[in-house]
Write a protein that binds this ligand. Structure first.
Ligand code: DX5
Ligand code: ZN
Length: 224
């Protein structure tokens, strides 16, 4: 079974609380929280104080995606604000394994992400230290972009590395996903699906989440 992680970057921030409750009612298990610093990516979003406020509204899994350089400096803040998982980028620092170990030492799950052009084989040394791999299927920085098909091969390689390692590691994909193309990544092993505009831009959020789940699960289960 796949999990759906609506990215709140695409929510209407004047109605953030209401929108989050809608994602919960729609059955989304995760909330994907995109933190951007304007340095690692050419955009600034929000930080820990924003999601700390919504932490008390929902028991959904807080999947925090850090698109910031030198993330170790801020891990304490993100943990205190209520993260359940913290994802850092392979490309964003030199002390990735130390940072992943620090995240886990705080009782929070740790994940590593790669940008679309990064060779997925770089993931191998991280496997003992992570709970999830995040494959970016758009250049990080903005919601609403088109899916980059080379991500499919990256998911395939990541899945193979995970299977060979014997670790229990989720594979998440982020960017340009909807009910129309989710099967492309779940059919090769992705089991956590981020969707921003496809969820928050849909006329009927419940239906959008249900369709992503149905199409994603069908292809995921066919692989098993
Ligand atoms: C992009 C973010 C994504 C983005 C996804 O840098 O990491 O999480 O919000 O939005 P959609 O689903 O609209 O591509
Ligand atoms: Zn993201």
């Amino acid at each position: 079974m796949i999990k759906i992680a609506p990215s709140i970057l695409s929510a209407d921030f004047s109605r953030l609380g209401e929108h989050i409750l809608q994602t919960k009612e729609a059955g989304a298990e995760y909330l994907h929280i995109d933190v951007m610093d304007g340095v690692f990516v050419p955009n600034i979003s929000f930080g820990a104080p924003v999601y700390k406020c919504i932490r008390k509204m929902t028991d959904q899994f807080f999947d925090v995606h850090l698109m910031i350089i030198d993330p170790l400096r801020y891990i304490d803040d993100f943990v205190k604000a209520g993260a359940d998982n913290i994802t850092i980028h392979h490309e964003a620092c030199d002390n990735q394994i130390q940072t992943l170990q620090y995240i886990r030492s705080k009782g929070v799950k740790a994940a590593i992400s790669i940008k679309p052009k990064t060779d997925p084989h770089v993931l191998k040394p991280y496997l003992p230290f992570i709970d999830m791999i995040l494959i970016m299927s758009v250049e990080p920085g903005f919601g609403g972009q088109s899916f980059i098909p080379s991500a499919i091969e990256s998911v395939r390689v990541a899945k193979q590395l995970v299977e060979e390692s014997g670790y229990n590691i989720d594979i998440e994909v982020d960017g340009g996903l909807s009910a129309k193309n989710v099967d492309l990544v779940t059919s090769v092993g992705a089991n956590v699906i981020v969707a921003g505009s496809a969820v928050f831009g849909a006329p009927d959020m419940k239906r959008a989440v249900a369709e992503i789940r149905e199409n994603g699960d069908k292809a995921y289960c066919a692989k098993l």
